[in-house]
Ligand binder design. Sequence first.
Ligand code: NAD
Ligand code: LMR
Length: 330
Amino acid sequence: MLRFSRSFSKSAINNYKVTVLGAGGGIGQPLSLLLKLNHKVTDLALYDLRGAPGVGADVSHVPTNSTVKGYEPENLPEALKGSDVVVIPAGVPRKPGMTRDDLFNTNASIVRDLAKACAENCPDAAICVISNPVNSTVPIVAEVFKSKGVYNPKKLFGVTTLDVLRASRFVSEIANTNPVNEKITVVGGHSGITIVPLLSQSKHKDLDTETRDALIHRIQFGGDEVVQAKNGAGSATLSMAQAGARFAGSVLDGLSGETDVIEPSFVDSPLFKDEGIDFFSSKVTLGVEGVKTVHPLGQLSEHEEELVRLAKETLIKNIQKGVEFVKQNP
Ligand code: NAD
Ligand code: LMR
């Protein structure tokens, strides 16, 4: 998988503490392993309600230049103190027949409480939210940080990288290309019709309408394929771990001074604020302060204009739901 683009500055430092909240879970375990393989991570803190010390002991035997520690629930502040990047895959996954929004009632309070701990113990860390529904959990983290007076919009990310991975993979199956060389920008949010791949900006802009629509539908609902195949045992974990490790790695690359580090992400975005949509996923340049530039969507086809319009109708409600939750349940 190619990143969007990349070059290097001489000022790179490679010495970071990364904390995984939910490290004992289906995503958390392989994600922790992949982060252990990232040479910029020198201190890996693994936290979960259950099982983190075991995962920590296991991963710690991998011979890379970092220390790993698993933390018990009472030691959450210690897991977070000094963290540069916090990745959050804590929360319940979907079962067949559920939407991501159906997870809200359980995951909203999990994410709110973990966000409080982050705001208190590592307010300057980059927070990468994986827990669903991402369209609502990211605004929850923002509201918690605002309530504590430490909100920095440049340091909050909803991880939508799995949609980008799927787009590359699925388009390559149709076009018979190597997915490693595919770059598809995916914008909007992370659920169903809020996921909008911009095929017109790729080398696949001339697909016939039927093929294009089937491909877009598969990218939008790719998560359902995994949920159905796992048949009650959860949702995507391994592909998500790869997506999360890539995104966290890109955040670290940006923090360390590499230039032209670009990934789509669901961030506090200026693009549609005038329509009341405070968060939107588009290409983001990652830098030493987190978000460096939020890129505009660029030229869209008429069809994509309509997909973005539909995505915005759902997004505004998803975002408001997260904001309201924190107001009602501070
Ligand atoms: P899982 O049930 O296997 O693991 C979740 C882990 O979170 C468990 O180990 C659990 O103990 C832990 N946890 C729960 N509450 C916690 C708390 N308060 N503090 C710390 N840890 C806590 O689930 P999973 O398959 O790893 O999925 C996790 C979440 O990621 C789900 O919400 C899922 O929908 C989401 N997800 C998002 C994406 C994405 O693209 N953003 C992709 C896949 C899954
Ligand atoms: C995914 O896209 O695979 C995740 O958001 C998990 C899910 O519920 O589909």
